[in-house]
Design a protein around this ligand. Structure first.
Ligand code: AMP
Length: 197
C-alpha cells in the first residue's frame, strides 16, 4: 500500500495532516515532560509550561475557536483546575457562560455532585445547579485525558443537570490508557496524543 503524505510546505495542509495524526508540534514543544512525577513510573505532561508561553497559549485558544467555530454552544464547562485556564479565555472569546466543575466542598451554593474512581480511591466533582442552562449544549474542557474517568464524571454531571454535552476538548490525551472505551459515545477532540506514561 502506498501512503501519500501531503506536501508540508502548505500551512493549511500541514495543519490538517498533524491534526489527523493528533500530533501538534507547537503543543508538543510547549509541554514540559516530567519523569517520575507524582510517583515513580509516571511521565507527567505538564501544561504550566504552555501557559507560561504566551504564543503557545494563544495558539491553543485559537485552535479551540477554529475547531468549534460551527458548533452551537450555550456554555463551556471547565474541570478544576487546569481546565479552568483553557476554558476561561475561550468562553470570553466566544461570549458564552463559563461553568466551573469543582472538587467537593468548594462551591457555596446549591450543588449536584458526582463521584468517580481514581487510580487509588475516589473523588467527587460538583457544579452549581443553577449555572447549567437546562437543555443547553455544553463543551466540557480539561487539560489532559488519561483514563477518562474525570471527563466522564464531568459529562454525566452536566447531563444530570439537564443539559447536553456537545463535545469534550483537551489539549493532551493518552489513548493507551483506553479512555475511548469509557468515553465511547462522546465527541472528543484533542491536539496532542502521547503513547507512553
Ligand atoms: P483521568 O481521570 O484518568 O482521565 O485523569 C485525568 C486528570 O488527571 C487530568 O485532569 C490530568 O490533569 C491528570 N493526569 C493524569 N495523568 C496525567 C499525566 N500523565 N500527566 C499529567 N496529568 C495527568
Amino acid at each position: 500500500m502506498i501512503v501519500l503524505r501531503p506536501a508540508l510546505d502548505d500551512m493549511a495542509e500541514s495543519r490538517r495532516y498533524f491534526a489527523a495524526m493528533h500530533n501538534d508540534p507547537i503543543i508538543d514543544k510547549a509541554i514540559r515532560k516530567v519523569p517520575d512525577f507524582p510517583k515513580p513510573g509516571i511521565l507527567f505532561y505538564d501544561l504550566t509550561s504552555l501557559l507560561a508561553a504566551p504564543a503557545a497559549f494563544a495558539y491553543t485558544v485559537d485552535r479551540m475557536e477554529e475547531i468549534y467555530a460551527n458548533e452551537p454552544l450555550d456554555a463551556v464547562a471547565a474541570i478544576e483546575a487546569r481546565g479552568f485556564l483553557l476554558a476561561a479565555p475561550y468562553a470570553l472569546r466566544r461570549q458564552i457562560p463559563l461553568i466551573l466543575l469543582r472538587k467537593k466542598g468548594k462551591l457555596p451554593g446549591d450543588v449536584i455532585s458526582r463521584e468517580f474512581t481514581l487510580e487509588y480511591g475516589t473523588d467527587r466533582i460538583e457544579v452549581h445547579r443553577e449555572d447549567v442552562p437546562s437543555g443547553g449544549r455544553i463543551l466540557v474542557v480539561d487539560d489532559l485525558i488519561a483514563t477518562g474517568g474525570t471527563v466522564e464524571a464531568a459529562c454525566e454531571l452536566i447531563e444530570e443537570a439537564g443539559a447536553t454535552v456537545a463535545g469534550v476538548f483537551a489539549v493532551v490525551a493518552l489513548p493507551f490508557l483506553d479512555f475511548n472505551t469509557k468515553l465511547r459515545d462522546r465527541k472528543i477532540t484533542y491536539l496532542q496524543e502521547y503513547n507512553t506514561e
